[in-house]
Design a protein around this ligand. Structure first.
Ligand SMILES: Cc1cc2nc3c(=O)[nH]c(=O)nc-3n(C[C@H](O)[C@H](O)[C@H](O)COP(=O)(O)O)c2cc1C
Length: 341
């Protein structure tokens, strides 16, 4: 069923197909789904029905929460959301590279602002059902890095009451200089205040919402030690490895291969997996990692778990394979003794 829909959608520009596909799912999502049997994971005090999640960026505004969860994802991450609404970069800003099962995007955090997203979560059935909804937060384009912490704090305070977990996104290549926040001093200045505010909010709301940090696969080895240190020092609860890459390895000869932005999908997998392995080696077991980047089949999800991920996510795989990929991943992970043991 999805292959037929894909055939039609791939005749359209990538972003139009994306919008239309989501609207179609809202109307007829059930036709594409056979949600997987449960493979429960308990993490951060949350009950994940299965360890396969939707990565951030597909539902930036929380407009499709119930539809996406009904497809069978064990959890979804919505956002990146910023304090104020912003249009993002001019179109076209999303490109399919089908020969490589890849996408290049330079969306630039287009979103309707944090207040809209929070309303959407509050009104979702998923929230009543206590489904796991992660919320990914960022800064507005016009906010300079020296004031970035204010934007993240603003988002943190607004999403805290409705989020299952919160992801601090400092790794998108499409907001100028954002990834500089991964440097030791900048990271400490950002994560320190976020941790303090999290503690205050936990007292106010009587609920501890975990903070996760999403990293870029383009980090140099030498940058990883300080990042791991700061993450522990500021008591972050988890890490997501990782975001899209600025590398064009494997796609530079393809149509759209030279478009600027972040590359995702199959060609990203080696880089994402090595970041995951490198961070796993540097962090204690109490800090779990979500593995994301280049999952195109069940075995790719298994690779991530074997490299040390506790949960996995994908986005580009939804474009090329559709919801069936959720079942493929859950079924493959079910065969791992570590998952059922
Ligand atoms: C069109 C598009 C938009 C994205 N937007 C975001 C975003 O807003 N925030 C974020 O943290 N990651 C974003 N991502 C990155 C994904 O969450 C994911 O980390 C990355 O695509 C690698 O996974 P994949 O290979 O399964 O797609 C986006 C990816 C794509 C393709």
């Amino acid at each position: 069923m999805y292959s037929l829909l894909r055939h039609l959608l791939f005749r359209l520009p990538a972003e139009t197909a994306h919008d239309l596909g989501l609207t179609g799912l809202d109307w007829a999502g059930q036709l594409f789904t056979r949600p997987p049997e449960a493979l429960p994971v308990n993490l951060f005090g949350l009950n994940f029905p299965n360890p396969v999640g939707l990565a951030a960026g597909l539902d930036k505004n929380g407009d499709h929460i119930d539809t996406l969860l009904a497809l069978g994802f064990g959890f979804i991450e919505i956002g990146t959301v910023t304090p104020k609404p912003q249009p993002g970069n001019p179109r076209p800003r999303m490109f399919r590279l089908p020969e490589a099962e890849a996408v290049i995007n330079r969306m630039g955090f287009n979103n309707k602002g944090v207040r809209h997203l929070v309303r959407k979560v509050e009104r979702s059935k998923a929230m009543q059902d206590q489904a796991v909804i992660g919320i990914n937060i960022g800064k507005n384009k016009t906010t300079p890095n020296r004031n970035a912490v204010d934007d993240y704090l603003f988002c943190l305070e607004h999403v805290y009451p409705v989020a299952s977990y919160i992801t601090i996104n400092i790794s998108s290549p499409n907001t100028a200089n954002l990834r500089e926040l991964q440097h030791r001093d900048a990271l400490l200045k950002l994560l320190g205040p976020l941790y303090e505010r999290q503690q205050q909010l936990a007292g106010m709301h009587n609920r501890q919402v975990p903070l996760l940090v999403k990293l870029a696969p383009d980090l140099e080895q030498i940058q990883l030690d300080p990042i791991a240190e700061v993450i522990q020092q500021t008591q972050m609860q988890g890490v997501i490895c990782g975001n899209t890459t600025i590398s064009r390895e494997g796609v530079d000869q393809l149509k759209f291969g030279q478009e600027s932005g972040g590359l995702s999908g199959a060609p990203l997998k080696p880089k994402a997996d090595s970041l995951l392995t490198a961070m796993r080696a540097r962090l204690p077991d109490e800090i779990p990692i979500i593995g994301v980047g280049g999952i195109t089949c069940g075995q790719d999800a298994v690779d991530k778990v074997q490299a040390g991920a506790t949960l996995v996510q994908f986005y580009t795989g939804m474009i090329y394979t559709g919801p069936k990929l959720i079942n493929d991943c859950v079924d493959s992970l079910r065969r791992l003794p570590s998952m059922t043991g």
